[in-house]
Design a protein around this ligand. Structure first.
Ligand SMILES: C[S@@+](CC[C@H](N)C(=O)[O-])C[C@H]1O[C@@H](n2cnc3c(N)ncnc32)[C@H](O)[C@@H]1O
Length: 315
């Protein structure tokens, strides 16, 4: 799951996609109970809610000043900024960013999951940093098929925890669409494939490798998505800035850490079933340490700001 930090379809070390007991994280399944395309990963709103506070702290506020400067240079639509949030889930990116930007904003919230779009519409941000009005609309569909025409008039494209569940072709199409529409992009919280545990365990590296391989299954980029996106946006004339945006999980985030651990280890085992018995013991010990407040985890991510605009790629 981009987390995307949590793996799609691997909520447990048992059968991937089963309930974890509390939350279904990502479930890659045939679209039998919802009207969605076949074989897509679904994300539980409870999981997205659990991570929202940590995501908010992790996102790189250092990228906001260069973004604000670029937005101020762009021609302003009559009704303020038009911001397209791709793979919005329940809308956490808008709730984070809208109150950090001045002026009226209209957010177009894109997702393929109508259930999540409902939550996003109901819990939309109400006000900008300066108190200006914020409005939202939802658009259901596949963001991988967005064109520059669909983004016509956009001031900004955002995404959070999305890039690593896309393919190289999809990221290329996204960069081309942003360049064609002349709008910058702020793409946050992409996994980069590195996790640090305190205390460390000899199995950490093996599980990390297996998880990263799972993230790269098929044509998905997983931890390679940031590099691919940098190259794609640069090819389209954008100036690209990166900033780390790690989750720093300690005793106060034990509930999130436990769910993340179940998904992370589950994906690793799904990828390399021969790890199962050692991974089960590893997970039990890690969960016990987490419950006792004796585990800290840094899950590394990266945020990307691509300054594409009508004036070209100069920052
Ligand atoms: C890890 S969740 C992140 C949700 C939200 N951005 C957040 O940060 O909480 C990924 C979201 O992207 C959506 N998504 C993934 N691939 C998509 C695609 N090709 N088209 C539309 N939505 C997609 C999923 O339905 C899910 O809501």
């Amino acid at each position: 799951m981009s987390t995307s930090t949590t793996p799609p379809g691997a909520a447990t070390t048992k059968t991937p996609g089963q309930e974890t007991g509390t939350i279904r994280l990502g479930d890659r399944r045939r679209g039998v109970d919802v009207d969605m395309d076949d074989d897509v990963t679904r994300y539980a709103p409870e999981w997205l809610g659990l991570r929202e506070g940590v995501d908010a702290v992790a996102r790189a506020s250092e990228l906001l000043d260069p973004l604000r400067i670029r937005l101020a240079d762009l021609p302003q639509p009559d009704n303020g900024l038009v911001i397209h949030d791709l793979g919005c889930g329940t809308g956490s990116m808008g709730r984070w960013l809208a109150p950090r930007l001045d002026g009226p904003q209209h957010w177009v919230l894109h997702d393929r999951d109508p259930y999540l779009l409902h939550f996003a519409a109901v819990n939309s941000p109400r006000a900008a940093a300066d108190g200006s009005h914020v409005t939202v609309e939802t658009q259901r569909g596949d963001v991988a098929r967005l064109t520059s025409d669909a983004l016509a008039g956009a001031s900004l494209v955002t995404a959070s925890a999305l890039l690593d569940v896309l393919t190289g072709d999809e990221i290329e199409a996204l960069a081309a669409a942003c360049a064609g529409a002349g709008c910058p992009a702020l793409l946050t919280l992409s996994v980069v494939g590195r996790v640090e545990f305190t205390p460390a365990d000899p199995l950490d590296a093996e599980i990390t490798d297996a998880f990263n391989a799972h993230q790269r299954r098929g044509e998905l980029l997983g931890p390679d998505s940031v590099t691919t996106a940098c190259e794609a946006f640069a090819r389209h004339g954008a100036t690209v800035r990166l900033h780390p945006s790690a989750w720093r999980l300690g005793p106060d985030e034990a509930a999130l850490t436990a769910e993340w651990l179940r998904g992370w280890v589950g994906a690793a085992v799904e990828e390399r079933p021969e790890l199962a018995s050692r991974a089960d013991a590893y997970l039990r010990e890690r969960l016990a340490a987490c419950a006792a407040g004796e585990l800290s985890v840094v899950v590394h991510h990266s945020d990307l700001l691509a300054l594409t605009g009508p004036t070209g790629g100069t920052a």
